[in-house]
Design a protein around this ligand. Structure first.
Ligand code: NAD
Length: 423
């Protein structure tokens, strides 16, 4: 089957990967051809100009996107990404992955994603605020508490969500906490949301490593990316007794064979903005970092990191995908053949969207839960999904990614069947 060239998405490697995965799963579950055709396209996609006055007085026009993949199970949900390589193809692929992730976790959402092609690291807070407010105004008709609910992703954070909520609120004349999740606690955020993606990843990893006969205590861990997902995963794994031997961020990596003190590393990053230069560590490149000798590798930065070029040199026994799409289908096959257990993104990093769902429910009811309650509900949902995925993988003799996608795609397809065809 050819890619949908009429929408010119094929320039995105991530979109190629997402469609390839969907096609393979469709074949395996005998998906109705009409439903497959519908799932290969987003339901709606919006491309906007985001003119922004920069601090030096220039006007710069950034390009922004918001894509809803499908709305069959409910309103759409997905992050907003600020990164120079954001494109319509990438955002569309990530929206599709969000559909499978929400459905796999049993959440009443379809998938969405958004983003602005920009380099947030080189922009001031005032520039970021102006750009975010204008982007929000441009996608205003596309978002809303029962339409589409954005959240943070690569390059965005709680502050970004607060600006989006405030801009939306100004047009409605009232505060609408349900319009975004991942907000600061004081203005409608949820306890536990900040750590949720990393915490979910650790819940899944502890189950998977137990099944592999690998104790987390003493396991050697490498984490690529030290942002919202990577730093939390590293900190929680370190607290579980893992030896974190290497971490990296966009500026480079560091390694210490005897283990890094992650609590001190978090302070170092808060002060200096990067893991680079941490005392008692040696520098390492991001490419070398992925190939370090370890038990567990957590890619938690950007997509397309494990490829046909390095998959045969990955030494980890378990790869837990904190990032979305870090492994190409070719690398997946190589890792599979070599017996490396890959815990796929739609399961390993689903903790974020689960607690986002809790935040949305709390915001709609103006009734907020305790953190212990949130963490235990997260654990329950994520372990339920893990057990369903591993049982199906065993029954069908497939890897965890295929099993997770089979469950995710199947439930969306059942939704289409139940709702019927409009008109
Ligand atoms: P973030 O912006 O908070 O952190 C990203 C980290 O990766 C930073 O340390 C950055 O320096 C580093 N990085 C960027 N480019 C890199 C490169 N080329 N090599 C190495 N490091 C690099 O972003 P985040 O929210 O932690 O998101 C990371 C990944 O996790 C993304 O793929 C995102 O889609 C995915 N994800 C995030 C969430 C969430 O709740 N934030 C949920 C699910 C999935």
């Amino acid at each position: 089957m050819s890619l949908p060239s009429k929408l010119q998405f094929e320039s995105s490697e991530l979109f190629r990967m997402a469609v390839e995965q969907l096609n393979a799963v469709a074949k395996r579950i005998g998906l109705d051809a009409g439903i497959l055709e519908r799932l290969r396209y987003p339901r709606r996609a919006l491309v906007v100009s985001v003119p922004t006055v920069m601090d030096d007085g220039r006007t710069e026009v950034f390009i922004g996107y918001r894509v809803h993949h499908n709305t069959v199970l409910g309103p759409t949900k997905g992050g907003i990404r600020y990164h120079p390589e954001v494109s319509l193809g990438e955002v569309t692929a990530l929206a599709m992955l969000m559909s499978w992730k929400c459905s796999l976790m049993g959440l009443p959402y379809g998938g969405a994603k958004g983003g602005v092609a920009c380099d947030p690291g080189s922009m001031s807070q005032r520039e970021l605020e102006r750009m975010t407010r204008r982007y929000t105004a441009e996608v205003m008709l596309f978002i809303g508490p029962d339409l589409d609910i954005p959240a943070p992703d690569l390059g965005t954070n709680e502050q970004t969500m607060a600006w989006i909520m405030d801009t939306y609120a100004m047009t409605q004349g009232r505060t609408v906490p349900g319009v975004v999740t991942g907000k600061p606690l004081l203005v409608g955020g949820s306890a536990g949301r900040r750590d949720a993606t990393g915490r979910g990843l650790v819940f899944v990893l502890s189950q998977a490593s137990r099944q592999r006969g690998l104790a987390l205590k003493g396991a050697r861990v490498v984490v690529q990316g030290f942002g919202s997902v990577g730093s939390v995963a590293a900190r929680l794994l370190w607290r579980e007794g893992c030896t974190v031997v290497g971490v990296s961020d966009a500026r480079g990596g560091i390694v210490n064979d005897r283990g890094l003190d992650v609590r001190e590393l978090v302070t170092h990053v808060k002060e200096g903005g990067s893991v680079v230069g941490f005392p008692e560590s040696e520098p390492v490149s991001n490419a070398e970092l992925l190939e370090l000798a370890c038990d567990i590798l957590v890619p938690a930065a950007v997509g397309g990191q494990l490829t046909v070029h390095n998959a045969d040199r990955i030494k980890a026994k378990i790869v837990a995908e904190g990032a979305n799409g870090p492994t190409t289908p070719e690398a997946d096959e190589i890792l599979d053949d070599r017996g490396v257990l890959v815990i796929p993104d739609i399961l390993a990093n689903a903790g974020g969207v689960v607690v986002s769902y809790f935040e949305w429910v709390q915001g709609l009811q103006y009734y907020f839960w305790r953190e212990s309650e949130i963490n235990s509900r997260l654990e329950e949902l994520i372990i339920r999904a893990f057990n369903q995925v591993t049982a199906l993988a065993k029954r069908e003799r497939v890897n965890l990614r295929t099993a997770a996608l089979m469950l995710g795609v199947q439930r969306v397809a059942q939704g289409f069947q139940l709702r019927g065809f409009y008109p």
